[in-house]
Design a protein around this ligand. Structure first.
Ligand code: TXA
Ligand code: MG
Length: 316
């Protein structure tokens, strides 16, 4: 369905009826389900082929709605006040009477919550009037979708509806934090850069360099993978490689994340071009995707994080 008040109303009705609706956010497209409905949440895990132990983010229209589900400490409250609505996800203690399905965050006392800034997402959630569990609208382990065609390429026949509002402006998933006694711990770098968070909140983020347990399954090594092999920090392409460029050193044609070397532009185009490079590489007989060096600053950290996971090993 193309974006309109009618499609928002239809999408909201479908969500309330326990169906799965894909919708755009400022980060990536999400596949939404009623977070209070066990059957809907189970169907969501099945549609994506997602391991049942990987918890979902619950999306809300207002901070007051989040407060009915989780307990905010002063620092997370300040982060929420500063960055919501927007691409920030907070993992907080789940309240006992939240009404959220146990399947959303299995075997955990926490819940990830986020208030997206994309107008269509907020209208849909507000109209539905329920908390909406929404992982990225791709098959589990694959590249996240940043437009409706990507969603359909992965989930055709598996979602009940897709609302198409064009490309997502940020293009990378939200930044995920959990609140610990020591401060805010970064679980997943994302569309809101660590530098901006530290600067605006006047704090230093806690980054555990060697987590002893997988706190957030999104931290698992193999994730966000194209089907082709990926080689990072490629100064030039070798035989049998397709080059995905960045800046002046990259190719001048289509496959350059940002010819002018702008990391925000690169982030917005990243998943789309990774898909395009993947398709090209497969078409020419299983080439490797070589990616130009991406600076490890600002959104470059989140892009490199996704590339490190993608280069770990191909899925098939
Ligand atoms: O930008 C986004 O966050 C998108 C859009 C649709 O909002 N959603 C998204 O969802 O990326 P998903 O399911 O693909 O990624 C959620 C991440 C996973 O890495 C998951 O393990 C982590 O958040 N997560 C969710 N709940 C958690 C919890 N209670 N504790 C730790 N990590 C959690
Ligand atoms: Mg995902």
């Amino acid at each position: 369905m193309s974006a309109s008040p009618r499609s928002v109303a239809r999408g909201a009705n479908l969500l309330r009826a326990g169906k799965l609706v894909a919708f755009p956010t400022e980060t990536v497209y999400g596949l939404g389900a009623d977070a209070t409905n066990d059957l809907a949440v189970a169907a969501l895990f099945a549609a994506k082929g997602r391991p049942a132990n990987n918890p979902l983010i619950v999306h809300l229209a207002h901070v007051a709605d989040a407060k009915r589900l989780v307990r905010f400490d002063p620092l997370s409250q300040r982060a929420a006040d500063t960055f919501w609505p927007g691409p920030l996800t907070l993992v907080l203690p789940l309240l006992a009477d939240s009404g959220i399905s146990r399947l959303v965050s299995p075997n955990r006392q926490t819940l990830a919550v986020r208030i997206p800034s994309h107008n269509l997402a907020r209208e849909l959630i507000e109209t539905a009037g329920i908390p909406v569990a929404a992982p990225s609208a791709n098959m589990s382990g694959r590249v996240s979708p940043t437009n409706a065609d990507h969603v359909i390429a992965d989930l055709n026949g598996r979602a009940d509806a897709v609302i198409d509002a064009g490309a997502c402006p940020c293009g990378l998933e939200s930044t995920v934090f959990r609140s610990t006694g020591r401060g805010l711990e970064l679980l997943r770098p994302g569309a809101l850069s660590a530098e901006i968070i530290e600067e605006r909140l006047g704090i230093k983020l806690v980054i555990d360099p060697s987590p002893t347990e997988v706190v957030s399954p999104g931290q698992m090594a193999v994730h966000y993978s194209p089907r082709s092999r990926v080689r990072m920090n490629a100064v030039s392409e070798l035989d049998g490689e397709v080059l995905l460029g960045f800046g002046l050193h990259g190719p001048t044609g289509e496959l350059n994340l940002s010819p002018k070397g702008d990391l925000n532009e690169a982030a917005a185009r990243f998943y789309s071009l990774l898909r395009a490079a993947d398709e090209f590489a497969l078409r020419i007989g299983g080439a490797t995707i070589a990616v130009s060096p991406i600076p490890e600053s600002g959104l470059g950290k989140a892009i490199n994080d996704r590339l490190r996971r993608a280069s770990c090993q191909p899925l098939s």
